[in-house]
Design a protein around this ligand. Structure first.
Ligand code: CA
Length: 370
């Protein structure tokens, strides 16, 4: 038997060489790092995922675990990802830099945490009075949003993916009633992203502290108010024990995208089938998190109201109208600061205009009549 035949038999024995695959073609594929190859596809990868959430925190931390587990199952154990909670390897708000540096291969957070890097990144989390979760995902997957996001993270050596969405959030926890815009003045509130800048223009002081520190900060009076996510998550942190009024709706976060991002070099080292598994597992995790929030939020809301006697309020109309005007100003400032920010927001805004027109006739019309 010739050497070539011996090699072909060997590949067939391994069950990895397609019968029609000539040895020459197989060798060619093996030498191409971007193609899925029979040799590299058997390699096992062990990765770390660092997160901005407490380990296994409902919805967010468990969403990161779900993503890791789904990738492990879909890859038949060829890509193993160990998930670390905030502070286990690096503090919550340092994961972006740590994945760029290669300290971990993967991170799980939300893009507005990195506004210090570039204010335009906030458009990939959420925009006050902007898109809902469905609209956001439609823009990302079918409206050019994902390509813009990839371009935005490229200078940091990161590959971003949507990996969850909170749906419409709650407006937050306050120790006093919010009856007018004046009640926001001097208010020190934990509120991240563009919403925080809106509060600043309204006379308040926005701060961003990681979720795990919210309860103590509110209870000790380090902050006067906080928003987090919604009933399912807020109940888990016990925020009702530190503030009396729970305001609706989350004008500042109408459908916040959670992300996973991957060190570009690590991503490029994967064979293409594992890259596809990561991308598609992220889509599954993205969808699953939304459904979990839909399924859990109302039960948690009932517990907050019935067991913990939480006072649920709606923001007065004139407060909302004021915040809407300030939101436009904040977005205009970001867009005016950088041509790429304008390109991202133009894409976002023109997609929103179209989906709004259709939603008015479909979702909104139906919800109003239900
Ligand atoms: Ca929030």
């Amino acid at each position: 038997m010739s050497d070539k035949n011996t090699r072909r038999k060997f590949l067939q024995y391994l069950g990895v060489g397609a019968a029609s695959c000539t040895v020459a073609a197989c060798n060619e594929k093996t030498s191409n790092p971007t193609a899925s190859s029979t040799v590299t596809s058997n390699q096992t990868f062990n990765w770390k995922m660092i997160t901005t959430w407490p380990k296994n925190f409902p919805g967010l931390g468990t969403g990161a675990e779900f993503l890791a587990q789904t990738i492990n199952e879909m890859s038949n154990g060829r890509l193993n990802i160990k998930v670390y909670g905030a502070g286990e390897i690096v503090p919550a708000l340092e994961i972006f830099d740590a994945v760029t540096a290669g300290t971990a291969e993967m991170g799980h957070g939300s893009a507005y945490y990195w506004k210090g890097k570039n204010p335009a990144l906030q458009f990939f989390s959420t925009v006050p009075f902007g898109m809902t979760a469905n609209e956001m995902n439609a823009w990302l997957y079918h409206g050019g949003g994902m390509e813009l996001w990839q371009r935005a993270y490229q200078p940091f050596g990161l590959v971003p993916m949507a990996a969850g969405n909170t749906m419409v959030q709650m407006g937050g926890w306050f120790n006093k009633e919010i009856n007018s815009v004046e009640d926001l003045q001097g208010l020190k509130m934990r509120i991240p992203g563009l919403g925080g800048e809106v509060l600043r223009l309204a006379g308040g002081t926005p701060v961003n502290i990681p979720g795990g520190d919210l309860f103590v900060s509110l209870q000790k009076g380090v902050i006067d108010a906080t928003e987090w996510v919604g009933p399912y998550n807020d109940l888990a942190f016990g925020l009702h024990k530190a503030a009396k009024y729970y305001y609706s709706p989350g004008w500042h976060e109408p459908g916040t995208t959670l992300e996973c991002f991957i060190n570009e070099e690590a991503y490029n080292s994967l064979p293409s089938d594992l890259q596809s598994i990561v991308r598609n597992a992220a889509r599954v995790a993205n969808q699953d998190m939304m459904l979990e929030y839909v399924a859990r939020n109302n039960d948690a809301l009932e517990t907050l109201i019935n067991e913990h006697k939480v006072d649920v309020r709606e923001f007065p109309t004139d407060v909302i109208e004021k915040l809407r005007g300030l939101s436009e100003q904040v977005v205009a400032d970001v867009v005016g600061s950088d041509p790429f920010a304008r390109e991202i927001y133009d894409s976002y805004q023109s997609f929103l205009a179209k989906s709004k027109a259709w939603y008015n006739l479909s979702e909104r019309a139906y919800l109003n009549m239900r």
